[in-house]
Write a protein that binds this ligand. Structure first.
Ligand code: 5GP
Ligand code: ZN
Length: 116
């Protein structure tokens, strides 16, 4: 598996940096965003390091599909049963801050803070 020594999400996946975990399996780690913009704000992070959808490969199709299909369950289990938003930020104009692909799940009662 590709990991990057200087990548903050690789360090969280390796438990070198603590996080509030919500779900884990062989391919994915899900944890609460440290700076939430909604009452429920989770980050779904592949354990494999790749930057974003711009650098994703056809081999990532199943993984990206699993991330989406896991979202309703994660949202409901964490207090956002009434609906949620999924967001993947890609590149500078996509306001991506951490260059390890991740999907935001945001839910809970409004109003929410605006993202970027
Ligand atoms: P993006 O790259 O999509 O713009 O957003 C990165 C997200 O990661 C931000 O919402 C930010 O709050 C979150 N984040 C950055 N560093 C950490 C960290 O060390 N722990 C956790 N739990 N979240 C982080
Ligand atoms: Zn990484």
């Amino acid at each position: 598996m590709t990991t990057h020594l200087d990548c903050i999400f690789c360090k969280i996946v390796a438990s070198q940096i603590p996080s509030r975990k919500a779900y884990e399996d062989d391919e994915l780690l899900v944890f609460h965003d440290i700076n939430p913009t909604a009452p429920v704000h989770l980050l779904v992070v592949p354990k494999e390091h790749f930057e974003n959808l711009i650098s994703a490969k056809p081999d990532h199709a199943a993984l990206l599909g699993r991330m989406q299909l896991l979202a309703p369950r994660l949202a409901a289990e964490n207090g956002a049963a009434n609906g949620f938003r999924t967001v993947i930020n890609n590149g500078p104009d996509g306001r991506q801050e951490v260059y390890h692909l991740h999907m935001h799940i945001m839910g809970g009662a409004h109003p929410w803070k605006r993202m970027g």
